[in-house]
Design a protein around this ligand. Structure first.
Ligand code: CU
Ligand code: CU
Length: 409
């Protein structure tokens, strides 16, 4: 009997030591998130399709896009607390005021808790998450659904005589085994407006207050038609380090961060600038119709461990009320050291200078903070939501930032 117990113990020990010594291959499962044979009939239709996540967490370690370039103009993957609609497929086009496609219900991408996780656009190379990094979804996260959004620009093949159907989508490479590094997305953006015939800077900045070290590894820019270049930085001890810079007229997917393995930690400042040029005869405001503008800089980052950032967005009032020099830590930003390239379109050399400045500026950052204090965060989100509520857009790409805030049904 004793021998028998010893033998079992020995086997147990051997198993323990061997599992320590050898990293067992993680069991990977593919989840197919594909359009269920849809047949959009109107050009520039945006369709959404959702899947529900499990009660136990799933770790997404990779994305494999399946799309024919001539069919899908772009695909975006969102995590939502609640999807925009219960239907298998719905019309989630931002510009659609009503469903003109005939056969789909109209709804937002997410009803609440929207987070962008992946973006694919024509001629995009696929984004690989770094080794050991995963998005955690389902379980106790507030990502209860994944929503795939596909922009069908050209729909000829869905019409007679071809009458084809489509199942563009994304294969998610997943595992149930917790991954050592968790991914998250942080968004910087502004409100504000761009006067006619002018170039202005839409600037945002926030202190990084979390007790965390994050490593930004990819970024995405989003504006509508007036954006020339969007750039984002970490400022530490007055030194500016570029996280990413891109021409937002290029496919608005995630690109590799400029500075690999750079960390951001407590006390650092994160800042972004959109250089906007308005040649029109009228002022353009932040909003989400095709006639409005947006200024968004997304940072995709990872942390070691399970704790991602608490507050994952940073918005300023923008021009002509708020610029970097209105930030309460402007001195520490060392504005003399702003890289000249901040307003240079990649691949060109011209510095796009501001031609229009606001007045003295009231501190937009403070006023948002004061709002949060007086109204509570939920109400401020409600307020921001109001600002975005009426918005629709049809730009070549899509819009996602206003989905950040929960919407009214
Ligand atoms: Cu598109
Ligand atoms: Cu937009």
């Amino acid at each position: 009997m004793l021998l028998y117990v010893l033998a079992i113990l020995q086997v147990a020990c051997w198993t323990l030591t061997s599992s320590k010594a050898v990293t067992l291959p993680t069991k990977k499962t593919n989840i197919e998130l594909l359009m269920p044979d849809v047949q959009p009939k109107v050009p520039d239709t945006y369709l959404c399709h959702s899947i529900k996540m499990n009660k136990t967490a799933t770790y997404i370690t990779g994305f494999v896009p399946h799309a024919q370039m001539e069919t899908a103009h772009h695909m975006l993957l969102y995590g939502c607390s609640e999807p925009g609609d219960d239907a298998a497929v719905w019309n989630c086009g931002e510009m659609a005021q009503s469903d003109n496609t005939g056969n789909f219900k109209l709804g937002p991408t997410c009803q609440s808790g929207s987070k962008i996780l992946y973006a694919w656009a024509m001629d995009a190379t696929s984004l690989d998450l770094p080794q050991g990094v995963a998005f955690k979804v389902g379980g106790n996260t507030n990502v209860n659904y994944l929503v795939l959004q596909v922009h069908y620009k050209n729909v000829d093949k869905f019409l007679p005589p071809k009458s084809e159907t489509d199942n563009s989508g994304i294969t998610l490479v997943t595992t149930k085994t917790p991954m050592p590094k968790r991914a998250g997305v942080y968004l910087l953006g502004t409100m504000g407006s761009i006067p006619q015939h002018s170039t202005v800077y839409m600037e945002s900045a926030c202190s990084f207050m979390d007790d965390l070290d994050i490593v930004p590894f990819a970024f995405r820019t989003h504006t509508h038609q007036l954006g020339k270049v969007v750039s984002g930085y970490r400022i530490r001890d007055g030194e500016w380090t570029e996280i990413g810079r891109q021409n937002p007229r290029l496919p608005q997917m995630f690109y590799n961060a400029t500075t690999p393995n750079m960390d951001v930690s407590k006390g650092d400042i994160l800042a972004a600038r959109c250089t906007m040029k308005n040649d029109l005869d009228h002022e353009v405001r932040i909003g989400s119709t095709q006639n409005d503008e947006m200024c968004n800089f997304y940072i995709m980052y990872y942390v070691n461990g399970d704790q991602i950032m608490n507050r994952d967005y940073c918005f300023s009032a923008g021009p002509d009320t708020w610029y970097w020099d209105d930030f309460d830590r402007a001195d520490e930003m060392n504005l003399g050291a702003v890289p000249k390239t901040a307003s240079v379109v990649p691949g060109t050399s011209e510095v796009l200078r501001q031609t229009s400045f606001g007045g003295e500026g009231n501190d937009g950052e403070t006023s948002i903070d004061q709002l949060v204090e007086s109204l509570g965060e939920a109400n401020v989100e409600e307020l921001l939501k109001e600002l975005y509520q009426s918005q629709r857009e049809d730009d070549l790409y899509t819009d996602d930032s206003y989905d950040l805030y929960p919407r009214r049904v």
